[in-house]
Design a protein around this ligand. Structure first.
Ligand code: AMP
Length: 493
């Protein structure tokens, strides 16, 4: 395996085995405004990735593609660009990536000609056997143009010996592993796929005679589409004009949606399993308040990630909620910048203390999660510098001890604070007076369950528990593998 990886690194200068995508996908059928509606849908999904965006359309004869670095609104607002994207079918993609691989080639949707016709593909998620598959394909003569795991899917589809496009796709899906939501455009169908555990999200909407596929319901709202349902785990939906068909080729698995979509990633107004992410997050704050007995004067959220939880916390405690930090909205999310150096600068660029509401106050500072501690460290210092008397940090999710492999950018175990330090050590590191995380049971209570053992669905919550629904086949780095080999709670695969 190590040899394979070295070979890949040598062959592809930009190849980074840790490359991961945390993206937004969108697709629409049967609509004269397909490209403009896709641009709007991607704009609503902008929080899922800000590095690049792309739209591919099909006009019944030809595919058209436009890909750009940067934000959707800066790139697809021009009549000029959208004019080139003719056709009643479209797929789109917002890209997020961690270090490496920042080239136009890696921006999706990808397109390939196969012997069954053209196919375009948008992917949110991360394959856990992409390196293994890629090195096998390269040995067999495949030429890769990108460093993205998504291209592996394209190659597998193109290589399949089956005749019909949908059979080629199923062939490829049986070979890939991990968390994925795919939106594809063949010459006949708009296609949506969710991985067998439903780790990554995908929803279906209807707009007059068009079907819409999107990572989140907020992308349906923006174009006035009606939310019909989520694509189920392991389901493929085949859309042709205004008809939809469902196929379930995989052995049945219990659905395991990613808990981080609830905690952080999805937009607050998006609906997940019947409720808005906002409702869940407020509940997380309520449960955190129930578990906490710290004395403070004001509850201050880390904007915007801690807003809903801080509100829930303050309502439960019946204590003042203050906007003690003001956010500059013209800077992207802290994490979105690929390198640690830029990331730490990002906090300074983004937030400023609201001095009069924090001076001489005992502050209960609420955020959704603590990963590397970069955000908390900066903010705690900022609040003390602005005259706070005490800063107590409260985190509306449990300690993140395990890395992710399914498309959420959590770092390796080495960088995860809670994997390496005790609560007291972390508290000291971020400079707070006290630090408390929500318990696992509190997390599940906020989701509407009694505790972790009594839930449906069981969430993909490996971040806190180490319970991975799909164990990676690829060697993703020593600390990740060591940690995996110690697993005793992994399930199913
Ligand atoms: P850190 O500063 O490394 O402790 O990261 C925690 C901050 O980053 C919190 O404010 C979160 O809202 C945010 N965050 C947590 N997880 C992610 C993620 N996977 N991608 C982007 N941002 C995140």
């Amino acid at each position: 395996m190590k040899k394979n990886m070295m070979m890949l690194k040598k062959k592809f200068k930009n190849f980074n085995p840790k490359i991961k995508e945390e993206c937004g996908v969108f697709g629409i059928s049967n609509n004269n405004d397909a490209s403009a509606l896709t641009a709007l849908g991607l704009h609503a999904l902008q929080h899922r990735g800000q590095e690049g965006c792309g739209i591919v359309t099909f006009d019944g004869d030809q595919y058209h593609s436009e890909k750009r670095f940067g934000l959707v609104g800066d790139n697809f607002n021009k009549e000029k660009v959208l004019k080139n994207l003719t056709g009643k079918y479209a797929v789109g993609h917002n890209r997020y990536s961690t270090t490496g691989g920042t080239t136009l080639r890696n921006i999706q949707p990808f397109f390939a000609d196969t012997n069954a016709g053209g196919i375009s593909i948008s992917h949110n998620g991360n394959l856990t056997n992409a390196i293994t598959l890629r090195s096998k394909l390269v040995k067999e003569g495949a030429i890769f143009h990108t460093t993205s795991d998504t291209e592996t899917i394209v190659q597998l589809i193109a290589k399949s010996k089956r005749n019909k496009t949908i059979d080629k796709i199923i062939d490829a899906l049986f070979q890939i592993q991990g968390g994925y939501a795919l939106v594809m455009l063949t010459q006949k169908n708009l296609i949506g796929v969710r991985d067998p555990f439903g780790i990554r999200p995908l929803v279906i909407g209807k707009l007059n005679n068009s079907y819409v596929l999107a990572s989140e319901t907020c992308a349906l709202d923006i174009i006035g589409a009606k939310f019909l349902r989520e694509v189920e785990n392991g389901e493929i939906v085949l859309i042709q004009d205004d008809k939809i068909e469902s196929i379930k080729p995989f052995p049945e698995q219990k659905v395991r949606p990613c808990v981080f979509e609830y905690i952080y990633f999805s937009r607050p107004d998006s609906i997940l399993n019947g409720k808005t992410a906002y409702e869940y997050r407020k509940n997380l704050g309520v449960e955190l308040a129930k578990e906490d007995n710290v004395e403070g004067d004001v509850i201050v959220p880390v904007p915007d990630s801690g807003n809903a939880a801080a509100l829930g916390y303050s309502q439960k405690k019946n204590k003042n909620f203050e906007l003690g930090l003001i956010r500059n909205h013209y800077v992207g999310r802290t994490f979105i910048e690929p390198s640690q150096k830029i990331r730490s600068l990002g906090v300074k660029l983004k937030l400023n203390p609201n001095k009069t509401s924090i001076k001489n106050k005992k502050i209960i500072l609420v955020d959704d999660s603590l990963v590397r501690g970069t955000t908390s460290y900066k903010i705690v210092k900022m609040l003390y510098d602005a005259g706070a008397e005490e800063v107590h940090v409260r985190i509306a999710s449990p300690e993140i001890r395990y890395p992710d492999f399914y498309g959420v950018d959590t770092p390796t175990k080495k960088e995860l604070l809670a994997a390496n330090k005790s609560n007291d050590e972390i508290c000291k590191y971020i400079g707070a007076k006290s630090l408390k995380y929500l318990s696992i049971d509190g997390l599940y209570k906020a989701m509407g369950f009694e505790n972790r053992n009594n839930t449906y669905p069981q969430l993909t919550d490996h971040y806190f528990t180490g319970d991975y629904p799909v164990k990676p086949m690829d060697n993703l780095g020593d600390d990740k593998i060591t940690q995996l080999s110690l697993l005793s709670t992994g399930s199913n695969s």
